[in-house]
Design a protein around this ligand. Sequence first.
Ligand SMILES: Cc1cc2nc3c(=O)[nH]c(=O)nc-3n(C[C@H](O)[C@H](O)[C@H](O)COP(=O)(O)OP(=O)(O)OC[C@H]3O[C@@H](n4cnc5c(N)ncnc54)[C@H](O)[C@@H]3O)c2cc1C
Ligand SMILES: NC(=O)c1ccc[n+]([C@@H]2O[C@H](COP(=O)([O-])OP(=O)(O)OC[C@H]3O[C@@H](n4cnc5c(N)ncnc54)[C@H](O)[C@@H]3O)[C@@H](O)[C@H]2O)c1
Length: 496
Amino acid sequence: MKNYDLIVIGSGPAGFSAAMRALDFGLSICIVEGAHLGGAGVMNGALTSKTMYELSMDYAVAARTDRGYRSGSLSVDFGQVIKTVMQAAKEKQYQMLSQIETFSDGKPYPGSLCLKRGWAKFIDSHTISVTGKQGTETLKAKSFVIATGARPRHAPGLDIDHERIIDSDDLLKLTKFPERMLIVGSGIIGCEMATIFSNFKQTEVHLLDRANRVLPYEDDDVSSFVSKNLEDNGVIIHHTAHLRTINKHPNHLEVILDYDDGHSKVIEVDVALVAIGRVPNTDNLGLEEIGVTTTERGTLEIADHCVLRDANNTCHIYAAGDITGHAQLYSVAEFQGRLASEQIADTPCYPMDYSHMSTLMFFKPEVASVGRNEKQLRAANTPYKVAYYSNQLVNRAIAMRSTMGFIKIIVSNGDEPKILGMRAGGPQASAYIVSVAHLINQGNSLVEVLRIFYPHPSLAEGIQECLRTLSGKSIYKPEAFPEFIKFKEWKPEVKR
Ligand SMILES: Cc1cc2nc3c(=O)[nH]c(=O)nc-3n(C[C@H](O)[C@H](O)[C@H](O)COP(=O)(O)OP(=O)(O)OC[C@H]3O[C@@H](n4cnc5c(N)ncnc54)[C@H](O)[C@@H]3O)c2cc1C
Ligand SMILES: NC(=O)c1ccc[n+]([C@@H]2O[C@H](COP(=O)([O-])OP(=O)(O)OC[C@H]3O[C@@H](n4cnc5c(N)ncnc54)[C@H](O)[C@@H]3O)[C@@H](O)[C@H]2O)c1
């Protein structure tokens, strides 16, 4: 029976990065993958959805008629779109495979990698079985990283048939643009898919928003910004609507929606996409064999360096990525995977710091976030100051003729304010958000960050003016542009 230094279960961003970091320490590593190499980081997830997003944004630009150009006979072939998306996924998977082959057993490098295709299950705390097409194999290791990710959540009573009532794993199986589509769930996946399908202009998109605001965890102004842009792009949002049932008919789906105010509505669609969150993959892992229990949410609880926090002191078993219940993001998964391997190799490393974690949301225009928002600070009773600066005043946005966007920065309320968070909407928001993540990470005061030069003309100049607004020194003044520049201070009420 083969005995490795490390077995990594799952090849998504968490598992792959754990394996590659372990390679740096010269360990012998086996990656076990039951389905797609790269997990949701590549297939039915981040890379495929972003490829589809980029194609849809290109199409939306080509379809514009308000800028002095007009394309001749613009058309789009769904089959070609899916083919291009699959090409992107394959390109990444071949890069991953090339690296695995480069470091496979017998190569003249320290450390070794091998990939086993099949589903892993613990037999005891140092042994797993791997069941694949070729049968079942038993493997041993000194350490393990569980990086099995998450899968789409299915609501009770909603019969997902994977053809007409689908989840995000089924999107690439569609054979044509649906004429009418209902998206259940107005979180990130729901809003991204609504953006993509409305960009292509081949589908009437209905978005079900039961909470009366899309992205319910974001501040109301950010949520309204996203809602308005979706509606401007043609998406029909059903605010405060709850899905009662979907009746299947031979040629259509009949959807019954109940609204908070008591009225109901019946709509007809061809496809319903359910995007109501993702649940961790802990079933069939044999966790009971190693005495590991999950939290109420089904996640694996980890300590700072990703070791399992478990009563049985399974200190050679780590977990990373979506399975851990932290933000379900590629960057978080990758970071945690690397950290787990550094700890396994007993190398000093930094503990995870989520305070400057950023998220990119692929809407039209894109939205990016880093650090905390007003909702979180109010819930924690933390006083703050916040400024909002519209792209309407930013020269680059004016030049792009694309001023729909904003920068919103929140700072602490002490004598030396420090940045706590930023939300940005508009073109290129995904490119400049990380600059503010650096500022949060470095913990500089507002005075210090205001010394930085911002190149002109750049959309990032909005950050500079927003920071200046927070210290009352902006070039354009809130008094002259009350719609475009806003400032607010918040303190918790003092209870008597
Ligand atoms: C539609 C969509 C779009 C997304 N877009 C973004 C984005 O733009 N940016 C971003 O940051 N994040 C995005 N995400 C989230 C991101 O993809 C995940 O956070 C990330 O992939 C999590 O990585 P992971 O390694 O923890 O898990 P996964 O990527 O899910 O990988 C887990 C792997 O483990 C395998 N596995 C499970 N159980 C076993 C077992 N018993 N044996 C062997 N193998 C097993 C699975 O087959 C899978 O390949 C998106 C997700 C989705 C669904
Ligand atoms: N760009 C990105 O970073 C990106 C893109 C896609 C996905 N992701 C990750 O994937 C995760 C999952 O995405 P998601 O959009 O599925 O989840 P989510 O948690 O972002 O949103 C789920 C939405 O579904 C709604 N909902 C829940 N139960 C419902 C029900 N029964 N009926 C109607 N609505 C219901 C919620 O109110 C919420 O609006 C996200 O948490 C995110 O971390 C990230």
